[in-house]
Each structure stands twice: as structure tokens, then as C-alpha cells.
Design a protein around this ligand. Structure first.
Ligand SMILES: *Cc1c(COP(=O)(O)O)cnc(C)c1O
Length: 742
């Protein structure tokens, strides 16, 4: 059934195309193209301008482009020839039975796949239903699962307006606004029944029945199902249940999490899918556990406590938050108003029900914790880096009174990134030449990356410089646009052309502007920062980007301080840039073009972080606090000399934030002044910085094999999805205990 529906949607689009281009339609409907550089280029060639205007959405592109242009392309044998080759590659990719997973873990089957639940998915900028690291990680998880052939489906929400857009007003204050996602013109397919009507199910939320429909996004071999309440037959308020990502108040939040968790399970049932494992990526989806219990009770007639073990055997959990306040909790009042009809169906009393979310059993008066529920009803739990695993065990000892901290059953699998998504095509091409055509599938093998030594320094540097120029062009374009929209004067707009210089040492800092990430740390000592930026012989420049959550006043103030700093230091205001409305497109440009990626969170608040890993795949260097993944990535030699990037600061083991901030910023300044800037400007007669390039190669060789999602997926298969599986991929970064019961 699913198969014919796919055909219908692609058919509709291909009917609009000349027959020799018809394959563009089904490929446009599968995000496989977004990590296949040749395919991106094929879409872009249709009309570079239209491609930009459509926000890199190939479905919208094909619907807008003139038929005349399409017929022109049919007369271009080179174009149709390239399409034929890629269509072939696509068919082989999507239909091959001989995958890594089918060899090492045949027990995971497509009849009973892994269901991966997450509140956000960052697949591509044309599907804006993500806010930051969690979503990007989820997107990369799906892509690597697809590449490796792991039978997996994603479950999430389709937000009519996604996450907010950011613009800065003239005083540097962030303004938030929303735009509609036109689902019908996106690479999505509404799931329908045999009669062509939308496939729906009913969910009780509060005191009303809500009708939910299901969309499918294809991510290679993986299907991502997205739930949508925006239907005319729903109450106007309920249509907004899937309106915004992380918007609204606690009441919106709990309602949304019910749609995601309970609704997600019901959606799979409606689609006739029977997962073998439910993977909750972060606590937002934890209500899914209740619904799995409810269905088991309904099916077997057993009691909650009798099905509990069988449910736990099928459910696994990944936590992402190293601070107690970051975990979703709901008051008993809210739980009452949303679940008063539900606990009966589980055969539980109110007290028994609320106890499921209380950290200590028998303490039903504290708020209902989503992480608590997940820890209680999942057979395995993991953090996302070694350090985060440790921090999580400590944070949750309270739930395990008879266990020592070390024995708390929360392990870790360190995050990674999807190499083909984040490595620039120009670099991928270099890797194909020097590491082998199959470098991406062999990315977990250190031997693959050892070949980096064969790349001539000049060649690596030339490509890196081109990528930096592209980043600068992108930055100028975005800033010019923003200045025009703010109505700034002509000379300011014109000055955009002189912003940044491709020969200067270029630092990037881009991520959500949460206060703990300390976006303005580098500017804290204004004079010292000024000296670094304004050095005539050895200039330094920095590009910022990132949004603060709409309710995060402190985050917005940090952005404003960055903007004000530039304004107050006119002499260097061509060396500091802020790109508004951070998204995956800007992220790609940044991680591909910078020399140095700066990351200075308050330790240990960055559970993993992944943006620095993307930089590694492009030869950029990390300068980061030893937090999250960088604790595992950073290497120095016996004399304490850095080999593959830099480590900022030292843990003063103090709760005095101002003191720790001073220590870290002092360390950052010294690193820049004494190590980073001198190394970058140490050139040979041809202007090539061989010492710097040695460091780039050191980073490629040590970081790339470890911090990619192929390694991460292999770890999830071997330790979480099918524990005990021997995989042929190097599985070195994971340690996840199994838990039978609390
Ligand atoms: C990778 C990425 C992130 C995560 O960045 P961190 O530094 O790991 O927090 C956030 N947003 C976007 C758009 C990204 O691509």
C-alpha cells in the first residue's frame, strides 16, 4: 500500500515533466539527494536563481520552473546522461539487499524495524522542523541508518510554522517571526488510504478528540513519519498543536508531547507498522511508553505490572541534557487535566500513575518527569558522550538508592555527524582521490584517514581557501540582505562588499545562543579582543550566527552585546560579522569554510556538541573547552603540545561562574595570541602554512574516524538495538549497560 502511494505522489510531479526528466520527480521526493553532491548540482543546474528562491527545495523548484527551461534540458545530452547515471545510483542505493546491517544484524528486520522518536528532525534546510543540535543529530542518525541499511523509521511532528525565524533590529535586539511551511510543495507525501483519503486516527487530548494525519518524508531507505493536526475538522486550538516547535507554555508542551508520544505509537499502528524497538531520542517522546503499555494491556488483557517487563524489553532511551532544569517535568495538575481518562485504561490509580514520573517511588507529589518515566520503562539508557554519561549517572543516582553512582545504569554513546552531509563536495572529491572512492562508507576506519598524509599541502590549502571564500561570499550576501531589510543607508549596504578578508585567520562561532554557551566570551575583555582583531600583519576575523530561544532574555542580551561590540569598535567592524537566522545552509557554509571553530561552553553543560565535528570533516580546527565530545577528541603529545586542535581553559572546580569565565577567557586569549595566530601566519615562500596544515591533517586523521554517525549507528546496533551483536565497524566509543528493572 505504502508503495503505490509513493508512486502516486511522484507520478503527480513527474506528469509535469518531460519524459526524459521524469526521474527527477521521485528523486526530489527522497532526501537522498541532499547528501549526494552530484544530485544537488543537477537540481541547481535547472535554474540556479530559482533554486535559491525555493530554499533548496527540489519539489518547489520543479513546480515553478518553466516548461521551456525543462525542454531545453532534454536537449542537453550531458544533462540527461548525468541524470541517468544518478537515477541508476539512486535505484541501487534504495533497493540493495546486501547492506552492512543485513550482514551483521539480520535479526533487525524491516517487518519489525526500530522506531526512532524525536521532537525535531534536521534533515535539510528545506524541511525546517528543527531548532538545533538535537534535531541535526536525529537527521544524521536517519541518514547513517539508511546508508548502513539499518531497518529504522523516524517518528516526529510536522510543524506548520516550525521554529521561529530571527531578525535583528537596529539596536541588535532579536525579533522573532514565523512563516508557514507549505507542506504540499515540500518533499513530503500525505499518507492516504486505498480510496485516496488522508489516513487519520483520533487522539483524545484534553477533552476533545483530535484528528491527526500523517506525512512521510523519505530519507534514503528510511521513512520519517510526521504527525499533523492542522486539519479543518479539528478545533482551531487543536490545529495549532503541531504549529510551533518548542513554542507556547507548559500546557502546549504537554499536549504536543502527547501527540508525539501517544500519537506516534498510534500512527504506527494506523500504518500497520510493528516496531521491535522504540528509541526515545530525548524525554519529549516518553509518553510513547505509556501507549505501548496500553496497547499491550488491550491486546493481552494483562495488568500494567504484568506487561511492564515486556514493554521495557522493547524500549530504549537517549538523554541529552546535563542539567536537572533541562528535563521536562509537568505538574500534577497538568497531568490530571490531560491524563484523567488515561490511567484507568492502564488499570492504574492516579497515585500509581503519577508515581511513574516521580524520581523516588512512593513520592507521587513531585512533578512528573519525562526522563524519569523513560529511565523507569526503558531497558537501556545512554548519554551522548563519555563525560555526559558520567554526569547523567550522578544526576540520576537519586532514582537508584541501592546503587553506587558508578553502577547507575546509564551508559554513553558519543554523538557523531553524517560525513556526506557536512563535508564540502570539494573536500569529498579530494577524499575520493586520496582516501578511495568508498571513503564515506569506510569513514570509521582510521586506516582510511591515514591516507590524508598523501594529500599535498598545497592541494588541501587551495581547496580550504576556496571554501573560505565561499563562506565570505555567503556572509556578505546574508548581511547585505539584512541591512537592506532594516533600511540602512546606502554606504552601510555598500560597505558589506568590504566585509571580511579571505586571507585572514577566520574563526566561526555558531550555535544556539543559550547563556551557558557563552557566545560573547571572546569579547569579554574588549581591549584585548580589539588587539587580536586589529593586528595589521596578522589580522583575525570572526563570524557569529545563532538564535536565542524567544523566551531567553539573557541569550538575546548576549547577541546584542556582540552587535554592540562591533558598533563600538568601528575600526574592526569589517572583521566581526553576525549572520541572522542560523539554519543548516549557513551551518554548512560555516563549518566548511572556517579556519578555527570556537566552542566555549560552561563545562560540563555541553552534553556532546556536534558542530565542531562537522568542522573536522572539512579540515577546520577546533578550539574548544574540554567538554562533551571534545574531551574524547582532543589529543596532545607527551610534551603537552596540541596535535589536532586546542583545549581552552582548565576546570577550576568552582561554582563561581564569573571566576570560571575569567579563567576560560584568559586561556582563550593566550591560545590565540601565543599559539593559534602565530601558527596560522607561519608561511613558506609560497605562502603555505605547513605547520597549520600538519594540524589540519592531525585533526582529519584522529577525529573523522571516531565522530561520525556511521560509528555511532554501529554502536547503537551493537549495544542498544541488538545488544551483543558483533559489528565489523570499529566500535570503540560506547558503553551502555542493560537494565532489567529498577
Ligand atoms: C550542528 C548544528 C547545531 C549544533 O551545534 P552545537 O555547536 O553542537 O550546539 C545547531 N544548529 C545547526 C543549524 C547545526 O547545523
Amino acid at each position: 500500500m505504502t508503495h503505490t502511494m509513493t508512486a502516486t505522489s511522484a507520478n503527480r510531479l513527474s506528469a509535469k515533466l518531460p519524459s526524459s526528466l521524469s526521474r527527477l520527480a521521485d528523486i526530489a521526493l527522497n532526501y537522498w539527494w541532499c547528501w549526494t553532491p552530484d544530485m544537488i548540482s543537477l537540481f541547481q543546474t535547472i535554474s540556479p536563481d530559482e533554486w535559491e528562491r525555493c530554499g533548496h527545495n527540489p519539489v518547489a523548484l520543479l513546480e515553478t520552473v518553466s516548461y521551456e527551461r525543462l525542454t531545453q534540458l532534454t536537449c542537453d545530452p550531458q544533462y540527461t546522461g548525468r541524470l541517468e547515471v544518478l537515477a541508476d545510483q539512486f535505484d541501487r542505493y534504495t533497493t540493495s539487499d546486501s547492506t552492512w546491517s543485513s550482514r551483521v544484524a539480520p535479526q533487525i528486520t524491516s517487518e519489525h524495524p526500530i522506531a526512532y522518536f524525536c521532537a525535531e528532525f534536521g534533515i535539510h534546510e528545506s524541511l525546517p522542523i528543527y531548532s538545533g543540535g538535537l534535531g541535526i543529530l536525529a537527521g544524521d542518525h536517519l541518514k547513517s541508518a539508511s546508508d548502513l541499511g539499518v531497518p529504522l523509521i523516524g517518528v516526529g511532528l510536522l510543524y506548520r510554522q516550525g521554529y521561529f525565524h530571527q531578525r535583528l533590529n537596529r539596536s541588535g535586539w532579536q525579533e522573532d517571526y514565523y512563516t508557514d511551511n507549505p507542506f504540499e510543495r515540500m518533499p513530503l507525501e500525505l499518507q492516504t488510504d486505498e480510496a485516496g483519503r488522508p489516513l487519520t486516527f483520533e487522539l483524545h487530548v484534553r477533552h476533545r478528540s483530535v484528528t491527526i494525519q500523517i506525512w512521510k518524508a523519505q530519507v534514503g531507505r528510511v521513512n520519517l513519519y510526521l504527525l499533523d493536526t492542522d486539519r479543518e475538522d479539528n478545533d482551531p486550538i487543536d490545529r495549532w498543536l503541531t504549529g510551533h516547535l518548542y513554542g507556547g507554555n507548559q500546557e502546549t508542551r504537554i499536549a504536543q508531547e502527547i501527540v508525539l508520544g501517544v500519537g506516534g505509537v498510534r500512527a504506527l499502528q494506523t500504518l500497520g507498522l510493528e516496531p521491535s524497538v522504540y528509541h526515545l531520542n530525548e524525554g519529549h517522546a516518553a509518553f510513547c511508553l505509556l501507549e505501548v503499555c496500553r496497547l499491550d494491556i488491550e491486546k493481552t488483557g494483562k495488568s500494567f505490572y504484568d506487561v511492564e517487563k515486556a514493554v521495557r524489553d522493547r524500549c530504549v532511551f537517549t538523554t541529552h541534557t546535563p542539567v536537572p532544569a533541562g528535563h521536562d517535568v509537568f505538574s500534577a495538575d497538568l497531568m490530571d487535566s490531560f491524563f484523567a481518562n488515561y490511567w484507568d485504561q492502564l488499570g492504574l490509580s492516579r497515585e500509581q500513575f503519577l508515581a511513574l514520573g516521580a524520581r523516588r517511588l512512593g513520592d507521587p507529589w513531585e512533578p512528573f518527569g519525562m526522563t524519569v518515566l523513560a529511565l523507569r520503562l526503558c531497558r537501556s539508557a545512554n548519554g551522548v558522550s563519555e563525560l555526559h554519561g558520567k554526569v547523567s549517572r550522578k544526576m540520576w543516582t537519586v532514582m537508584y538508592p541501592d546503587k553506587s553512582e558508578d553502577a547507575v545504569p546509564i551508559g554513553y554513546i558519543t554523538n557523531g555527524v553524517h560525513a556526506a552531509t557536512w563535508a564540502a563536495p570539494l573536500m569529498q572529491d579530494l577524499y575520493s582521490q586520496y582516501l578511495g572512492d568508498d571513503w564515506a562508507t569506510q569513514a570509521v576506519d582510521p586506516a582510511t584517514w591515514a591516507n590524508v598524509d598523501h594529500i599535498p599541502d598545497e592541494e588541501l590549502w587551495k581547496r580550504h581557501q576556496i571554501l573560505k571564500q565561499r563562506l565570505i561570499a555567503h556572509t556578505r550576501y546574508k548581511i547585505r540582505q539584512a541591512r537592506q531589510q532594516r533600511g540602512e543607508d546606502g554606504s552601510t549596504i555598500e560597505a558589506t562588499e568590504r566585509l571580511l578578508d579571505p586571507t585572514s585567520l577566520t574563526i566561526g562561532f555558531a550555535r544556539r545562543f543559550s547563556p551557558y554557551k557563552r557566545g560573547d566570551l571572546l569579547l569579554r575583555d574588549a581591549e584585548r579582543a580589539l588587539k587580536i582583531f586589529s593586528n595589521q600583519e596578522r589580522p583575525v576575523q570572526i563570524i557569529f550566527s545563532g538564535k536565542a530561544h524567544p523566551r531567553d532574555e539573557e541569550g538575546k542580551r548576549i547577541i546584542q552585546r556582540v552587535i554592540e561590540w562591533c558598533r563600538n569598535h568601528g575600526s574592526v567592524n569589517d572583521r566581526v560579522a553576525f549572520i541572522e537566522d542560523y539554519d543548516m545552509h549557513t551551518a554548512r557554509k560555516l563549518v566548511q569554510g572556517v579556519d578555527v571553530w570556537l566552542n566555549n561552553p560552561r563545562r560540563p553543560l555541553e552534553a556532546s556538541g556536534t558542530s565542531g565535528q562537522k568542522v573536522c570533516f572539512n579540515g577546520g580546527l577546533n578550539c574548544s573547552v574540554l567538554d562533551g565530545w571534545w574531551c574524547e577528541g582532543y589529543q596532545e603529545d607527551a610534551n603537552g603540545k596540541a596535535l589536532n586542535g586546542w583545549a581552552i581553559g582548565e576546570d577550576a572546580n568552582t561554582s563561581d561562574q564569573a571566576l570560571q569565565d575569567r579563567i576560560d577567557s584568559e586561556s582563550l586569549y593566550r591560545l590565540l595570541e601565543e599559539d593559534i595566530v602565530p601558527l596560522y601566519y607561519d608561511r613558506d615562500a609560497d605562502g603555505i602554512p605547513h605547520g597549520w596544515i600538519r594540524m589540519m591533517k592531525g585533526s582529519l586523521k584522529t577525529n573523522c574516524p571516531a565522530f561520525n554517525t556511521h560509528r555511532m549507528i554501529a554502536d547503537y546496533v551493537a549495544q542498544v538495538y541488538a545488544p551483543g551483536t558483533q559489528t565489523s565497524l570499529a566500535v570503540t566509543l560506547a558503553k551502555v549497560p542493560q537494565q532489567n528493572s529498577l
